[in-house]
Design a protein around this ligand. Structure first.
Ligand code: NCD
Length: 323
């Protein structure tokens, strides 16, 4: 699939400027982020339970996952169901794409059954934009992760989780550690943190897993985690995405843990009250120690829970624009 990460603006917003698709965060500004956070918060009752409503009753959400997923797929499905939508989960491995049907024909077939919104995960960067192009406005598209490119709802739920904890982004240093090179999570999170005015974002990992991008003044790349921990208010650990590495880029998992594993003593070296995050799936003893993953500063399960309410907010916003 061709990389359409420089896709035209009309794929994201309609002529009135309303959000139509969510492919990455380039078209999102601070006001829209805060509106989404406020909507997400409303979906959580004062008892912390996720609300049910019939707001999207009569609408249909189709999920198309060409890559493995546990939390993202489940969160999208639950979010749509909790808003009363009908959900169609296409089992891609058993669909007619296996019989030679093109992705475009699969999409148009499903769209002819009145799917209003497609949630797409694909291994190719730019796939979500290709889907939006193929649908040409006949249905909305939400990117649930495309290749190394973007994972916008993950960045929304990550920043929502910090916002809900009262983190002042304009006064915080956020350190993201791990396989940055292959990480669509890191790319989208950097975008969201910049929109929210974060003054310093450290991207840390072995030099073979650091990207040549991006040249933003607030973003710093480096190989020494211990050097940046003392200034860090939040530490986000990422998984080594071995499935995306072409050839060995690391000596091994235990060597990685020695230099980059998030242990209690490393967390103690960070700013007082520093938060720990991880988008999952976590590999205990590789990028994070169990004591930290399960400890009081870990927001990992909050992130999972917020994944549902943030996706409810995004679907509401998009589908009310496409009434
Ligand atoms: C991530 C993904 O698939 O991009 N996970 C997720 O969506 N929660 C990160 C990963 O696979 O490591």
């Amino acid at each position: 699939m061709t990389d359409t990460s420089h896709h035209p603006r009309q794929l994201e917003r309609d002529a009135q400027g309303a959000l139509r698709n969510l492919l990455d965060l380039r078209e999102i500004d601070r006001d829209l982020l805060l509106q989404l956070f406020a909507r997400a918060q409303k979906q959580l009752g004062s008892d912390g339970h996720i609300h049910h409503s019939t707001e999207l009753s009569g609408r249909t959400v189709g999920t198309l996952f060409f890559e493995d997923s546990t939390r993202t797929r489940s969160a999208f499905e639950l979010a749509a169901k909790r808003l009363g939508a009908t959900v169609l989960n296409l089992d891609v491995g058993r669909s007619s794409t296996k019989k030679g049907e093109t992705l475009r024909d699969t999409l148009l077939t499903l769209q002819a059954m009145d799917v209003d919104l497609f949630v797409v995960r694909h291994g190719d960067s730019g796939a979500a934009a290709c889907v939006a192009q193929a649908l040409a406005g006949r249905a909305a598209v939400l990117n649930a992760g495309d290749g190394w490119h973007a994972h916008p709802t993950q960045a929304l739920l990550d920043t929502y989780t910090l916002w809900a904890k009262g983190v002042d982004f304009t006064q915080s240093t956020i350190t993201i550690v791990g396989d940055i090179l292959h990480s669509r999570v890191a790319r989208s999170l950097v975008q969201a943190l910049r929109i929210l005015g974060c003054p310093k974002i450290n991207l840390v990992g072995p030099s073979t897993l650091l990207p040549p991008w991006p040249a933003h003044p607030e973003v710093h790349t480096g190989t020494d985690l211990d050097a940046v921990l003392p200034e860090s208010n939040v530490v986000v650990a990422l998984r080594l995405q071995n499935e995306r590495m072409r050839g060995p880029l690391l000596p091994g998992a235990s060597e990685y843990f020695t230099r980059y594993g998030l242990t209690q003593s490393r967390l103690d070296a960070a700013q007082p009250g520093a938060w720990v995050m991880h988008p999952g799936p976590i590999n205990r003893g590789v990028e994070i120690d169990s004591v930290v993953a399960d400890g009081p500063r870990s927001l990992i399960l909050d992130q999972v829970r917020h994944g549902v309410v943030v996706r409810m907010a995004v679907m509401q916003m998009i589908l009310e624009n496409a009434a």
